[in-house]
Structures are given as structure tokens and as C-alpha cells.
Design a binder for this molecule. Structure first.
Ligand SMILES: NC(=O)c1ccc[n+]([C@@H]2O[C@H](COP(=O)([O-])OP(=O)(O)OC[C@H]3O[C@@H](n4cnc5c(N)ncnc54)[C@H](OP(=O)(O)O)[C@@H]3O)[C@@H](O)[C@H]2O)c1
Length: 268
């Protein structure tokens, strides 16, 4: 008995890739989105071998391009695929003083982490409402609870995802559609390399031990099925976020700036 179709953005590595393994095992057919086609093809072949009745569609598209969500939606309609489980996971970070940042890259971050998530969700909700079933798992971060100097745009983008998901969860609950915001803390993936912060104290596990992408994905899947709205991954991260809730904002600004501050800076 198949469960229906799940769409995962950012399925080529890290947490998204692990969610693909879990959803395939849970008998979902999969639509996998990310830019690196070879990685998606490899994953597709592996999953089909592991779970023979599985169908997998790969869409090697760039979510920083504004036309991508509509292109994905058109492909789904053409293939008569209705999505029951949407995982908005694709995302990346940038690091360093915002004044010195590459603006184009910062705007791409907003396009991938926020714009594509909002648009895909909006395009896929109508069918979920019509059939009174659906699960939306948005990958935010523990960064969503903090002002994050030297990763200002990234932290702010995750605050958006958290608040958007919580609001949507309340709107859609009466219609049988569940929405969760998964908030991982530091996780061992390509994330820190891509963000250029692999040498930071956080990436080195000095704040909280790095969790594996598999652990985080399992927590995300289980919680989304239960309809848990805010999901902080792991015990240490839960404790840290409780402390964040009790701390004055000025202190949080100082601590996060200290943790994220690049080791060598060219300008104050
Ligand atoms: N790792 C952590 O410490 C951590 C903590 C909290 C939250 N998160 C969040 O978890 C999510 C997954 O990240 P991860 O840790 O698994 O990192 P990752 O290994 O770098 O995975 C990021 C995924 O996003 C995809 N992606 C990036 N830019 C894209 C674009 N323009 N178009 C399409 N896909 C794109 C990547 O695929 P391609 O490169 O193939 O396009 C990749 O599959 C992100 O939203 C991240 O912010 C991570």
C-alpha cells in the first residue's frame, strides 16, 4: 500500500537526503529537487534498489531562480502527481559582516530559503485542502530564535520560516493539513562549508555537539507525522533554546556575535 507522493527540496545532500531515505522506507513515492543532477540520479537508483515498488522523479532545478517553483508545479501537473507530503528543506547560509557581503548571494539566500518555500507551499496547498490531507515540513533552524550577527541574513531567513510555519499550522489545522517547523541545531552536513563558516566555534561543535543528518531527519519525520508544530532537534538544543527564551535580547545579540564573528576580519 503506497502512501502517496512526497516532494523534498534540497534532497541531494544532508538532512534532505536522509529524509528521502526515510520517506522511501515509509512507502512514499518521491519527487527530489536540488541542483546537482548526478547526486539526485545516484540517490534515485539507490532508493529504487532498496524499495523496488518505489517511483522517483528528479527535478534538477535551481530554487534561486524565481521561475522554479512554477516550473516544478507545471511538471507535477503534467505527470499527474499530487503531493501529500511537502518537505521544504533546501537552504544555505552565508557568513561574515553584512556590509562586506556579496549582495547577489544574499538575495539568492532569500530566494531559496524563503521565496521558493512560500511559493511551493502556496502552489501545493489547494490540493491538500481539497483532499483534506497533507503534511508540510519546513526546515527552519535553532537560528530562528536568535539575532545572528555575522550570519544576519541567514538567521533572519530562518526566523521567517519558523513564524510562517507556525502561523500556517494554525490556519490549516481545521482542514486536516499539518505544518511543522523543524529547528535543527548544528548538524554534520555540507552546510558550514557552503556558508564559509567551517572554522566557527558552532561548526566545531563547541556550543552543542553536532547531530547527524540522519538523527535530525528522523526527528523531523516523526514529529511532522504527529503534527508537532515547533520541533527542536535534540536534547541539548532544546535546553539551549529554553535558555534563549529566558535571556535578555541584548545578551543574546552579544553572545551570537561572539560565536559567529569571523576569526580574521578585514574591516571593523
Ligand atoms: N547543517 C546545519 O547545521 C543546519 C542547522 C539548522 C538548519 N539547517 C537547515 O537544514 C536545511 C538543509 O541543510 P543541510 O544542513 O542538509 O545542508 P546541505 O548538506 O548543504 O544541504 C543543502 C541542500 O539544499 C540544496 N540547495 C541549496 N541551494 C539550492 C538551490 N539554489 N536550488 C536548489 N537546491 C538548493 C542543496 O542541493 P544542491 O547544492 O545540489 O542544489 C542541498 O541538497 C537547510 O535549510 C539549512 O538551512 C542546517
Amino acid at each position: 500500500m503506497r502512501q502517496g507522493w512526497a516532494l523534498i527540496t534540497g534532497a541531494s545532500s544532508g538532512i534532505g537526503r536522509e529524509l528521502a531515505y526515510i520517506l522511501a522506507k515509509e512507502r512514499y513515492d518521491l519527487v527530489l529537487v536540488a541542483r546537482r543532477k548526478a547526486l539526485l540520479e545516484g540517490l534515485k537508483n539507490e532508493l529504487k534498489k532498496l524499495h523496488p515498488p518505489l517511483s522517483v522523479e528528479i527535478l534538477p532545478y535551481d530554487l534561486a531562480k524565481p521561475e522554479t517553483p512554477a516550473r516544478i508545479f507545471k511538471e507535477l501537473k503534467r505527470k499527474k502527481i499530487r503531493i501529500q507530503f511537502l518537505v521544504n528543506n533546501a537552504g544555505f547560509g552565508t557568513s561574515g559582516p553584512f556590509a562586506e557581503a556579496n549582495l547577489q548571494r544574499e538575495l539568492e539566500l532569500i530566494d531559496v530559503n524563503i521565496r521558493s518555500l512560500v511559493e511551493l507551499t502556496h502552489l501545493l496547498i489547494p490540493d491538500m485542502l481539497r483532499y483534506k490531507e497533507g503534511i508540510i515540513l519546513n526546515v527552519a533552524s535553532t537560528a530562528a530564535f536568535l539575532p545572528g550577527s555575522f550570519m544576519a541574513n541567514y538567521y533572519a531567513s530562518k526566523a521567517y520560516v519558523l513564524h510562517f510555519s507556525e502561523a500556517l499550522a494554525e490556519e490549516l489545522r481545521p482542514y486536516g493539513v499539518k505544518v511543522s517547523a523543524l529547528c535543527p541545531g548544528p548538524t554534520a552536513t555540507e552546510f558550514f562549508e557552503v556558508a564559509g563558516s567551517a572554522q566557527s566555534l558552532i561548526a566545531k561543535g563547541k556550543l552543542a555537539p553536532l547531530m547527524s543528518a540522519k538523527e535530525v531527519a528522523e526527528i523531523g519525520y516523526r514529529s511532522a507525522v504527529k503534527g508537532k508544530v515547533v520541533v527542536i532537534a535534540g536534547f541539548t538544543n532544546k535546553v539551549l533554546i529554553q535558555l534563549v527564551r529566558l535571556s535578555p535580547r541584548f545578551l543574546l545579540r552579544k553572545i551570537t556575535a561572539l560565536l559567529n564573528k569571523p576569526r580574521e576580519r578585514t574591516r571593523p
